[in-house]
Design a binder for this molecule. Structure first.
Ligand code: BES
Ligand code: ZN
Ligand code: ZN
Length: 460
């Protein structure tokens, strides 16, 4: 239930871990018995950051683990990550010298994530005892939400089609006493023309998931997530190198569901709604084409200048629906552009909002929980880049100068949100290419710890 974290009453005699900074080491050894002292010296333990040493008792069993803090205590999530990487299989507990045990436990848990659903053998893991029940309860929603997001992204597209994504969403809401509707077929075609157009090329039918939870009288918060289960590019097909990671193109939906899981598990007092357009951008005789024009749910016509800019199309109709009930806040998350990566790299998603106050609190919470985000501008003069000769809007920058790809995508979406109190758009990557600190390789939960922390403070 808590992943690799366990409560004290689930286990007897976990091995204590003692943290020492380099300057505390001498003092610690002065107080230790002769055997320990010579063992630590013989092993040349210096208490450098992340260094661990098992100290045996007379019987040759591990008595304690020493954990090096270097010159001073490090960021808690990174400390938890270092512990997870260094500890052998077994059960451990933080004994002395650690600040912020909750942060360390979270870092430990995030780092312990493995996607081993398709592997016969999975390696034994270290487990960390958390003796304070309050910490376990505080971390549970965060751990469950991030795991859900990662699992959904990592599941390959052959097992994560529009249907499976819809089932995952319905299941999550049902588990928490919420409800959901799935819109497909003719109704989808009539009411969500862009979702239908993008998903129509696939044998796996497109659909729109509309899930709801909480009390009607509480503030309305709506999450919209791009659910492109695989992005081949469509008729404007991607080259192999650009297609290889495209099972993650439902990373926005996965993160919206991860955040929804956190909110529902923590029972934040809000009327939560999650809207996911779930489609496969595939190639067939039914695929939408470059130069096709569709009238969106909102009434604006859109020229498809490139079938690979499909995310903003499905989001346009989903955002229009979200906007119709004028919620307090709409948050949309999407693996929308390669340009966002060119600007900020895989680990720092840009966010866009015209609400100065919201922009500020997002930055503050992002920093506080070590979940990086960076604001980029909804730069009005660039609106002229997404005009069309034949329709109200084009789905790519048609100016001939291919700049500001993430901003023009955000400006495109902005046309479909008019009534919500506030709107924030996050252009996420949803993937960690190379494991680092508490980030594991593969599907990534991005922005949702920051957003959860923000929502908890603002509405909790
Ligand atoms: N899903 C991609 C964006 C993407 C690519 C995100 C790689 C993360 C990594 C999106 O649908 C897309 O293909 N966007 C195009 C837009 C272009 C055709 C204007 C892009 O960014 O190249
Ligand atoms: Zn695309
Ligand atoms: Zn895409």
């Amino acid at each position: 239930m808590h992943g690799p974290l366990i409560s004290a009453n689930e286990i007897i005699n976990p091995i204590p871990v003692v943290a020492l900074s380099a300057s505390e080491l001498e003092e610690h050894l002065d107080a230790a018995d002769a055997m320990t002292k010579s063992w630590v010296k013989a092993q040349e333990f210096t208490a450098a950051f992340g260094e661990t040493l098992a100290v045996p008792n007379q019987a040759g069993e591990i008595k304690t683990i020493l954990f090096g803090y270097g010159e001073s205590q490090s960021e808690a999530l990174e400390t938890g990550a270092a512990l997870n990487k260094m500890l052998p299989a077994g059960a451990f507990e933080l004994s002395k010298g650690f600040d912020d045990p909750a942060g360390i436990a979270l870092g430990f848990s995030l780092t312990a994530y493995r996607f081993d659903a398709y592997k016969k053998l999975s390696a034994p893991k270290a487990r960390l005892v958390v003796s304070e029940q309050g910490i376990l309860e505080e971390l549970e929603p965060i751990i469950a939400g991030t795991r859900l997001a990662k699992d959904l992204i990592n599941t390959p597209a052959n097992d994560m089609g529009p249907e499976e994504l819809a089932v995952a969403a319905s299941q999550l809401f049902e588990d928490h006493g919420g409800s959901s509707k799935i819109i497909m077929g003719d109704v989808l075609e009539n009411e969500f023309p862009l979702v239908h157009a993008v998903g129509n090329g696939s044998d796996r039918a497109p659909r729109l998931i509309d899930a709801i939870w909480g009390k009607d009288t509480d503030p309305k918060i709506t999450l919209v997530g791009k659910g492109v289960v695989f992005d081949s590019g469509g008729l404007d097909v991607k080259p192999a190198a650009g297609m290889i990671l495209m099972k993650k193109d439902m990373g926005g939906a996965a993160n919206a569901l991860g955040l929804a899981a956190m909110i529902m598990k923590a029972k934040l007092p809000m009327r939560l709604r999650v809207i996911i357009p779930a489609v496969e951008n595939a190639i067939s005789g039914r695929s939408f084409r470059p130069s096709d024009i569709f009238t969106s749910r909102k009434g604006l016509s859109v020229e498809v200048a490139n079938t690979d800019a499909e995310g903003r199309l499905v989001l346009a109709d989903a955002l229009a629906l979200a906007d119709e009930e004028s919620p307090e806040l709409i948050v949309d998350m999407a693996t929308l552009t390669g340009a966002a990566r060119a600007a900020l790299g895989p680990d720092v998603p840009p966010y866009y909002t015209d609400d100065e106050d919201l922009a500020e609190v997002i930055a503050v919470h992002s920093e506080a929980v070590n979940d990086p985000l960076w604001r980029m501008p909804l730069w009005k003069p660039y609106r002229k880049y997404i005009t069309s000769k034949t329709a109200d809007l084009a789905n790519i920058n048609t100016s001939g100068a291919g700049f500001a790809g993430s901003i023009t995508a955000a400006l495109f979406l902005q046309n479909f949100v008019k009534n919500a109190g506030s709107w924030v758009h996050l252009d996420i990557y949803g993937w960690t290419p190379i494991e680092k600190d508490f980030k594991t390789h593969g599907g990534e939960a991005q922005a949702i710890r920051a957003l959860f922390d923000m929502l908890k403070t603002r509405f909790g």
